[in-house]
Design a protein around this ligand. Structure first.
Ligand code: URA
Length: 236
């Protein structure tokens, strides 16, 4: 059994002083209970900000992706979403679950949970994705009906039925799709003759983009969000 502050510092992520501050701030849980005593000796499972402390447990990060970074772990020329995370997450081998285009903003999940990511990305599982979009043009009821029926893309592919809600002004909308083909929303709207000028993902499966998270910022999923994600993946 080791002191709590020592166990935190042993990960190399915090100094002993930073570890004590985190613990006193109530951000550390031991066996599911907040523990504010740095001197507590424990061999139980420790969580910091809703994430398991020790390596091994999967990590889930919600990133509010800004435009201008690519959804990749490495790129010879472009800044990647990984460059927005601290070094220790990069060392862990986190990767983005799916892709947002370089100019798309919004919710991107990063994890090192390979099986769950695989499940979420499988075309068989039709994970819901919600985007806010602006088009060059005006969205109308016919666009909504076309999305509901399944838009046929320029290459002949018929999309699964989705849902389009027209917002105000009517150049703006919110679209829900259940698949993730390359440039899908842009190609759907291009097929309607209304090119997308702005795109932001606001929900992915059971996750909703945290409105308190500024562009470029990230946070670990809360234990409830991580549990919802795993339960969703397990249920299908
Ligand atoms: N659809 C697109 O066209 N681009 C994205 O980044 C996501 C969905």
């Amino acid at each position: 059994m080791e002191r709590l502050d020592k166990r935190l510092a042993a990960t190399g992520r915090w100094s002993r002083k930073e570890a004590r501050d985190l613990i006193r701030a109530g951000r550390v849980q031991v066996a599911g209970q907040v523990c504010r005593r740095p001197e507590e000796k424990t061999g139980d499972e420790v969580w910091v900000d809703g994430q398991p402390l020790e390596p091994g447990g999967p990590v889930y990060i919600m990133l509010h992706k800004p435009a201008g970074v690519v959804s990749a772990t490495e790129d010879a020329r472009e800044a990647t979403v990984l460059s927005l995370l601290p070094e220790h997450y990069r060392r862990r081998g986190l990767f983005p679950v799916g892709r947002l285009d370089k100019d798309t903003e919004g919710l991107l999940l990063l994890t090192d949970d390979g099986p769950l990511a695989h499940w979420l990305l499988s075309p068989r599982h039709h994970v819901d994705k919600v985007y806010e979009l602006t088009v060059d043009g005006v969205l109308n009821q016919e666009d909504g009906e076309a999305v509901a029926q399944g838009i046929v893309l320029a290459d002949g592919y018929r999309c699964l039925p989705g849902r389009l809600e027209v917002l105000q002004p009517a150049s703006r909308g919110r679209i829900t799709i259940h698949e993730g083909k390359y440039h899908q929303v842009k190609r759907m709207m291009a097929a309607r003759g209304k090119p997308v000028t702005y795109l932001k993902r606001v929900a992915f499966g059971p996750l909703t983009l945290d409105p308190a998270l500024p562009l470029g910022a990230w946070r670990p999923l809360t234990p409830d969000e991580a549990a919802a994600l795993r339960a969703w993946g397990a249920e299908g």
